[in-house]
Design a protein around this ligand. Structure first.
Ligand code: GLC
Length: 410
């Protein structure tokens, strides 16, 4: 018990220490070390944890996000608020300077804002907040449906157009798109930047981006989060008595889940693979992205295979400090942190999803084992951005915001 209170206090301090605010905005940056801007999916996770400590902060965090919403509904993956710009200049800052708008990016990130709003509502029962958020949320999920599903391949799954949109920037699935043998930091940074410059040239029109086909992926984790959030949207619309809207989101969720099973599941590997958006060709790597369908209510036999043959497999994901971002069996597996992110270490946001998925599908014991390991990781290294899956040594940013997601699992 004392241990839990202690962890909660430490987590609260991390969030409090990372706040930036003024009269017009309030947000919690991922880490003062390295990431001083506002990131979309980080902020949704932060709001979930704020909802325990200070629900007003959770609301302000989400309201700041929607202030930067585009007219067409898109929510940018990064918001640059005045106080954060140039606060701690970094070599990598050049990567964030090519967007058409100076105060936000033109790509998005995993769409879990509906979950964040649902959590805040569950903790506060604040009807006015829900009513304030519902239209921006509908605009966002409708934008994903139109721009990233209908205008790309129309099969119910959404496509991402840049590796950063996945939130798991450099999972080795991307190497397969570009037939890259070995990623190097500088070359990769230039390549990530080049994609943005090319999109600037075609004015970010999705039809033209589709023609360019520089990076079009129906990513498993992004889609699993999208589909789960469509169900959440249906719940939120239900709470507001919007029956027709509720039906629309449920239908979209059903169609997407059907396609995910048809196109991403591979009977031979017993795994879900991300696919190229136009050819539907599977990307072969075994990465944490393929475990995300655990969060959906899908065919239980397939989920069981996912758990037994992959998650619990000591040659793949079941390492001393699970769950590594890349399977140990992959030639790309690099357990130590470095400048290339998501190539092996354990991160807490996927862990949070996997634990929730295991709990909702009847694997409570395995979920509990992962939670116990997460507590150990924090005891050994603090709230770090990434952890070594063999030793729990911390890598990357310190006092990292979303690592406090552990609190939601205790
Ligand atoms: C890294 C992560 C990304 C996250 C950002 C801020 O770029 O890959 O998912 O949003 O840092 O924490």
């Amino acid at each position: 018990m004392n241990d839990i209170i202690n962890l909660q206090e430490r987590a609260r301090k991390v969030l409090e220490g990372n706040v930036f605010s003024s009269e017009t905005f309030f947000y919690t940056c991922p880490s003062l070390d390295q990431y001083t801007h506002q990131w979309l999916w980080d902020s949704c996770f932060h709001a979930i944890i704020w909802s325990y400590f200070n629900p007003e902060n959770a609301k302000k965090e989400l309201l700041s996000l929607i202030k930067k919403q585009f007219d067409n509904g898109m929510l940018p993956h990064m918001c640059y608020w005045k106080s954060a710009v140039g606060l701690i200049p970094r070599i990598g800052d050049f990567l964030f300077k090519n967007w058409p708008e100076k105060d936000r990016s033109r790509i998005t990130q995993p769409p879990l804002i509906a979950q964040a709003v649902e959590k805040v509502y569950a903790q506060t029962q604040d009807q006015a907040f829900l009513e304030r958020m519902i239209i921006p949320l509908q605009k966002y999920y409708d934008w994903l449906h139109t721009e990233r599903n209908e205008k790309v391949s129309g099969d119910g799954l959404v496509s991402i157009i840049h590796p950063w949109e996945s939130g798991m920037d450099l999972l080795p699935i991307w190497d397969h798109i570009h037939k890259i043998k070995r990623l190097f930091t500088i070359r990769t940074a230039l390549w990530l930047n080049k994609i943005i410059k090319k999109y600037n040239q075609v004015n970010w029109e999705i039809a033209k981006i589709r023609e360019l086909d520089l990076f079009l992926v129906k990513d498993v984790s992004f889609n699993a989060i999208y589909l789960l959030n469509l169900q959440v949207m249906a719940n939120l619309c239900g709470l507001l008595d919007q029956k027709e809207k509720k039906e629309i989101y449920l239908q979209r969720a059903e169609e997407g889940k059907k396609t995910l099973l048809e196109k991403c599941w591979d009977e031979e590997t017993g795994f879900f693979h991300s696919i190229h958006a136009l050819s539907d060709q599977k990307l072969p790597e075994i990465t944490i992205s393929g475990l995300f369908p655990l969060i959906l209510d899908l065919d239980t036999q397939k989920l069981d295979r996912l758990v037994k043959a992959h998650l619990l497999n000591e040659k793949e994901f079941w390492l001393p400090y699970p769950v590594p971002s890349v399977a140990k069996s992959s030639p790309y597996f690099t357990p130590k942190g470095g400048t290339l992110l998501w190539r092996g270490p354990t991160w807490f946001s996927p862990n949070w999803y996997i634990v929730k998925g295991l709990q909702s599908n009847g694997y409570e014991d395995i979920a509990q084992e992962i939670i116990t390991k997460m507590i150990e990781m924090v005891h050994i290294s603090g709230f770090r951005e990434q952890y070594d899956p063999f030793t729990a040594k911390g890598y990357g940013a310190r006092n990292f915001g979303w690592s406090t997601l552990l609190i939601d699992l205790l």
